[in-house]
Design a protein around this ligand. Structure first.
Ligand code: GLC
Length: 538
């Protein structure tokens, strides 16, 4: 069925995540900044993305590299000034692009004035803005909840003799979202940025925001293994994904709905059936609850096909899908599945139905960078040594050119660069006909020019073995996408009446324009987008 309803920018557009510390340094202190982002907007426009999501740039002691915020309406001097921010927003809008900010409402920094007040005394008016609890009679923590970053989720405060809860670092105390004053304060923060013209928010750890009122113990995880993060010892049944969180999300949505076409994206790591509840009962929740399945699933055609179908089937009527291949918390796709398959992943991301989010550098095939033990910066890695949990490897500087420090900075970069940057960089790949960057650019161009690919319906195609295939359909236009997730040649066969057409893009960027009639051979690690000549189903 053709969808002729109007699609909004966050539905037919492509989102690009910038990790600002690592994108472009303009003042030569080794850390990226807002002016740096501004210098690179032409590149993003050339690439063809529609919206830029920038990870936190607010004042922060940087215990968690900006996800510990001490002022929600300021800019950290490391990144620039509010004038720089305004100029960047203007430049983004001037290019017809959108800006999405990171909103971190679950917790503040322990240096935020709200927390400093809250911890000053038990009867401070802001005491109840955070989650304070008495010790058990034996002096131990109020319950067994664990911190995602290792150890207990509770920190003892000597002065006021209570524990406070922190789902992440002890420097990131959780706000008490049951308190209406907290809600209003954060909605004011949202309005501050919306009034400036920001186009939406990526809401950090949305599913953590409300905790069980009775603070019941979390159950043990029967599948826990010692090589897993300590947090995984328990199932966070009472500390996350509580029913009341949906009221909060709906209230956030009411705030953005007062403005024109703003978006709420929720960071939510949950199984599909739980994830889709964040659209809200009447699509009045998050516009895009982030769908992270491609980050987590084993790279196997049958598993992925089954999950795509499950997701498509689970979406509420009117709920718009979305897909993510990488972010600043997860291993780079090129390292996880290898660079040959990363080309399949790119094609998948940009042909599935729903808004794609790209992580900076993945368009070059940047891979995880080994960071020596003594240079690890990420608190998750430092707190749980030996478990390979540091997120530094996927946060290294963007590789722009073969010049000093890949053109990122002339100072010592805050994280080491990959030693492959002389070959793997934007300048080189712009010139190379078959580079990963060219593949991304062509996929984006095709998606932008073909309605079937951006807003068309999704239809699974039954295949076997290593082949993942589906169709995208809009009015009379039909595209077949077929990806070989294995390393042997695979044949797709059907009635010529149903399977004839021409290849419009191949991941090797070589076999484009080849026609076929009844069967197609997919080379090892090859993915193709085909325009079908027929209206019939495969
Ligand atoms: C989110 C962010 C991550 C951060 C955590 C705590 O998961 O993506 O980088 O460490 O929240 O704020």
């Amino acid at each position: 069925m053709a969808d002729n309803t109007k699609h909004l920018w966050w539905q037919n557009g492509i989102i690009y995540q910038v990790y600002p510390r690592s994108f472009q340094d303009s003042d030569n202190d080794g850390v990226g900044d807002l002016k740096g982002i501004m210098q690179r907007l032409d590149y993003l426009q050339w690439l063809g993305v529609d919206a830029v999501w920038v990870s936190p740039v607010y004042p922060s002691p940087m215990a968690d590299f900006g996800y510990d915020i001490s002022d929600y309406t300021g800019i950290h001097p490391l990144f620039g000034t509010m004038q720089d921010f305004d100029a960047m927003l203007q430049e983004i809008h001037r290019r017809g692009m959108k800006l999405i900010l990171d909103l971190v409402p679950n917790h503040t920094s322990d240096q935020h004035p709200w927390f400093l007040e809250s911890r000053s005394s038990k009867d401070n008016p802001k005491r109840d803005w955070y989650i304070w609890e008495d010790a058990k009679p034996d002096g131990s923590e109020p319950n067994n909840w664990l911190s995602v970053f290792g150890g207990s989720g509770w920190e003892w405060d000597e002065k006021t003799e209570q524990y406070y809860y922190h789902a992440f670092l002890k420097e990131q105390p959780d706000l008490n979202w049951r308190n209406p004053e907290v809600q209003e304060a954060m909605f004011d923060v949202m309005r501050f940025w919306l009034d400036k013209g920001v186009d939406g928010f990526r809401v950090d750890v949305m599913w953590h925001m409300v905790k069980d009122k009775q603070l019941r113990d979390n159950p043990r995880n029967p599948d826990y293994k010692p090589e897993m993060a300590t947090y995984e010892k328990l199932l966070p049944a009472y500390s996350t994904d509580q029913p009341e969180v949906h009221d909060i999300v709906q209230q956030m949505r009411q705030v953005t709905d007062k403005y024109n076409e703003r978006v709420i994206i929720g960071e939510i790591y949950l199984p599909i059936q739980r994830l889709v509840t964040y659209y809200g009962p009447n699509n009045n929740g998050a516009h895009l609850p982030f769908n992270f399945m491609l980050l987590n699933l084993p790279w196997d055609a049958r598993t992925i096909a089954a999950h795509i179908d499950e997701y498509e089937g689970a979406l509420p009527v009117g709920g718009w899908p979305n897909w993510v291949l990488g972010n600043h918390d997860k291993s780079r796709i090129g390292s996880r599945i290898g660079l040959e398959q990363a080309r399949m992943a790119a094609m998948l991301l940009l042909t599935l139905r729903g808004t794609p989010t790209l992580y900076y550098g993945d368009e070059l095939g940047m891979t995880n960078v080994d960071i020596p033990e003594d240079q690890i910066q990420d608190p998750q890695g430092l707190n749980m040594p030996g478990l390979n949990l540091s997120r530094d490897p996927e946060r290294t500087p963007m590789q722009w050119s073969d010049k000093e420090n890949a053109g990122f900075t002339t100072a010592e970069p805050w994280l080491p660069l990959s030693d492959n940057y002389k070959q793997v960089n934007v300048e080189a790949q712009k010139k190379e006909r078959e580079s990963m960057l060219q593949l991304y650019k062509k996929l984006i161009e095709l998606r932008r020019s073909e309605k079937a690919l951006s807003i068309g319906d999704y239809q699974p195609v039954h295949t076997q073995g290593d082949v993942l295939a589906f169709k995208r359909i809009h009015d009379e236009e039909q595209f077949l996408i077929a990806l070989n997730l294995g390393n042997t040649t695979q044949r797709l066969n059907s009635d010529p009446e149903k399977l004839s057409g021409k290849i419009v893009l191949s991941t090797d960027l070589k076999s484009n324009t080849q026609t076929f009639d009844g069967s197609i051979d997919l080379q090892p690690n090859q993915g193709i987008i085909c325009k079908l000549y027929t209206k019939y189903k495969l």
